[in-house]
Design a protein around this ligand. Sequence first.
Ligand code: CA
Length: 226
Amino acid sequence: MILIIEDEKDIVDLIEYHLKQAGFSVVAAFDGSSGLEQARKKRPDLIILDLMLPEMDGKDVCRALKSNPLTQSIPVLMLTAKSEEMDRVVGFELGADDYVTKPFSPRELVLRVKAILRRKVTPSEGEKVIQIGDLLIDIDRHQVSIKKKAIQLTSTEFKLLVELASNRGRVQTRERLLDKVWGYTYEGYARTVDTHIRRLREKLGKVGDLVETLRGVGYRFREERE
Ligand code: CA
């Protein structure tokens, strides 16, 4: 089920029509606070969130979603009328999983929704739990802990960590990470990987030092702490 949070009824109708054509069930909320309520009650698979909403804007809604344990793992696709890079970065820092700028093609939007939902975690050799020093990643439960203390990650940060950790010792280019974690790539998009890596490192604290930057190449999760 997909939740659309957008105050413009025409846009909701347009998105709803195309998502239903693609086989999704859809619910809609026309302002931020009822959107949050729906998200908590219905736990949708994905939320399409408009940035420009009356009263509580999309950024506040996104912050609220990502700070609530009930809703923080639900992927968020943001809609925005602005196309500047800055807004993308801000959106990703808020924990949004992807962006579509208005005016958008409904087909493109549906493809993005499918790509986000397809981004399944793909650990190597069927690993279910990855333990590296004090870091424990439980893939089925979507839980990460360090010295048994839970670390709250967004769904994108979690997938990024799993991708890096299950390929530990091997260099991962930004393009590969984009492809594996986001499901597609396009020009100029690679810096969003950097933004997510930075956030992930911050959340992991000392363990985050294991994520090495290889300038001009990409990232590598070190096998062991030296
Ligand atoms: Ca709007």
